[in-house]
Write a protein that binds this ligand. Structure first.
Ligand code: TYM
Length: 329
């Protein structure tokens, strides 16, 4: 049976990019019967940027509530906190020991920080902790420990998946075939989802549309999405238009076709934004109510994650025993 595995970091309120890049495609795959799915809250990964205990806790609930509100069925899938799987830091260490530093030097998130430091005349590694530097190795452990064969992620994670493959391959070469190598699954036709300012929607850029923000605030945020200043009657380019990209993700195929036609003929940005708000809110309204309910009943969330964690731990321990034996521990 194929196995799907994916995680989300509790580093900010779940946003439209997380939904379209990971949650929606992951839940769609899970609906196909031949898959077994594993979804986790990547709280160990979050530690490299969240250094506040109560913030980490509340963001963990937000991410978990988002999955559940959007339809994750904890009876049919394994849903857990990364930090409940004690084997992961151990595997992370073993994998670190077969991973060249040069590979990590090339990781996008690390490189971006170094480049920013250079531009701003700071020390090369200012603001880089080892959690950030080693991020791709822990991510490889998340996937390889469970032989996760398909990993639904946004395209911003392409490099992480390549690294997980490289790291798994290095281990297999040294110790004999141990890990299945993962395949990334990118949502059909989807690009990196743009944020309010047109750059990648990201918690670290502060340009996100929180998925479950109230209706009024959703309306306001959609109106803030940047556009060029073409007049209403001018034909508009759909390629690379954040408005069109988002519209296509929430609308039906017929609505998308009509919108594509309107872009070609000429339509005002104000009007597009109203349409976009309507299709987004149509999808989000039901789950929003469920999300609020879950956040008021966090014991339900705790129970789900605890049950999921104990199911997963058994398998983790078995795999880890084999890995330890392979390396001679
Ligand atoms: P995180 O929390 O940053 O993102 C969670 C998921 O949301 C996707 N995503 C996007 N997709 C499209 N457009 C965007 N603007 C956008 N922003 C976020 C991400 O690609 C991701 O799929 N590294 C992972 C967390 C992780 C993980 C794993 C994933 C840790 N271990 C193992 C899969 C398997 C991440 O980026 O989290």
């Amino acid at each position: 049976m194929k196995r799907i595995i994916t995680g989300i970091k509790p580093t900010g309120t779940p946003h439209v990019g997380n939904y379209l890049g990971a949650i929606k495609p992951a839940l769609k795959l899970a609906a196909e019967e031949e898959h077994q799915s594993m979804y986790f809250i990547a709280d160990l990964h979050a530690l490299n940027s969240i250094h506040n205990r109560s913030k980490l806790k509340s963001l963990t609930y937000e991410v978990a509530a988002a999955w559940l509100a959007l339809g994750l069925d904890p009876e049919r899938s394994l849903f857990y906190r990364q930090s409940d799987i004690k084997e992961l830091p151990e595997l992370h260490w073993i994998l670190s020991s077969v991973t060249g530093k040069g590979l990590m030097n090339r990781a996008h998130a690390y490189k971006a920080q170094v480049e920013q430091n250079n531009r701003e005349g700071r020390d090369r590694d200012d603001g880089v902790n080892m959690g950030l530097f080693n991020y791709p190795i822990l991510m490889a452990a998340d996937i390889l420990l469970f032989n996760g064969s398909e990993v639904p992620v946004g395209k911003d994670n392409r490099q992480h998946l390549e690294m997980a493959k490289d790291i798994g391959e290095s281990f297999n070469r040294l110790y004999g075939s141990t890990f299945d190598l993962p395949t990334p699954v990118f949502a059909e036709g989807s690009e990196i989802i743009p944020g309010l300012d047109g750059r990648k929607m990201s918690k670290s850029y502060g340009n996100t549309i929180p998925l479950f923000t109230e209706e009024k605030s959703l309306h306001k945020l959609v109106k803030r999405i940047v556009t060029d200043s073409l007049p209403p009657e001018a034909p508009k380019d759909r390629e690379g238009s954040p408005l069109f990209t988002l519209f296509r993700e929430f609308a039906t195929p017929i609505e998308t076709e009509q919108m594509a036609h309107a872009f070609q003929k000429g339509i005002g940005y104000g009007e597009i934004k109203e349409e976009l708000f309507l299709v987004m809110n149509r999808v989000i309204a039901g789950p929003r109510v469920k999300y609020r309910h879950l956040l008021e009943n966090t014991d339900e969330i705790d129970k789900c994650l605890k049950d999921g964690g104990s199911k997963v731990r058994k398998e983790a321990a078995e795999h880890m025993d084999r890995i330890r034996e392979r390396v001679g521990l």
